[in-house]
Design a binder for this molecule. Structure first.
Ligand SMILES: [Zn+2]
Length: 164
């Protein structure tokens, strides 16, 4: 881990970090027990990269403690899909693009398909195309296609006529 100013800064966050974690086994989710954001991410106050005291996301602090500074423009993603988890084994670095793809694959994306695509998916399905065929054409997981068709995702997109 790189030495220097940065490491000293995050140590102060680290001392307050562990008492708030319900640490399980190596493969378990380590649940954040203190404050969380509306999206379920753990929240901790500490100095950021610029040394300013502000609310930080606990899983990002966890990454920092275990792996060092997060490269600029990268985000820390959960492989376990549990936003309140801070187990470093469940975290990986990604980009915003990865994150959107990941959400689309897992069928909970809300911002990756255009309304036109969603209509097309539903139309194709109405004409008899299978979820699998559509998913191959679109490059997304078939569970995401299914979610679109049944309106589990993109329920705000209606057909052409009543959306104006
Ligand atoms: Zn986890």
């Amino acid at each position: 881990m790189p030495k220097g100013v940065y490491q000293r800064q995050h140590t102060s966050a680290e001392s307050r970090f562990w008492p708030k974690v319900e640490k399980g086994g190596a493969g378990d989710c380590w649940e954040w027990t203190a404050n969380k954001t509306p999206f379920g991410y753990g929240k901790i106050f500490g100095p950021d990269e610029m040394g300013r005291r502000r609310g930080l996301k606990a899983h990002r602090v966890s990454w920092n403690i275990h792996h060092g500074p997060i490269p600029l423009g990268r985000i820390v993603m959960h492989t376990c899909d549990n936003p309140g988890c801070v187990n470093p084994a469940h975290l990986r670095l990604g980009s915003y693009r990865d994150n959107n793809l990941d959400k689309a694959i897992k069928g909970r994306g809300t911002a990756t398909q255009s309304p036109g695509n969603v209509r097309l998916v539903r139309l194709a399905h109405g004409l008899g195309a299978s979820c699998y065929t559509i998913s191959q054409a679109l490059g997304v997981h078939k569970s995401a296609v299914y979610a679109m068709i049944v309106g589990k995702t993109y329920s705000y997109i209606k057909d052409h006529h009543n959306e104006r």
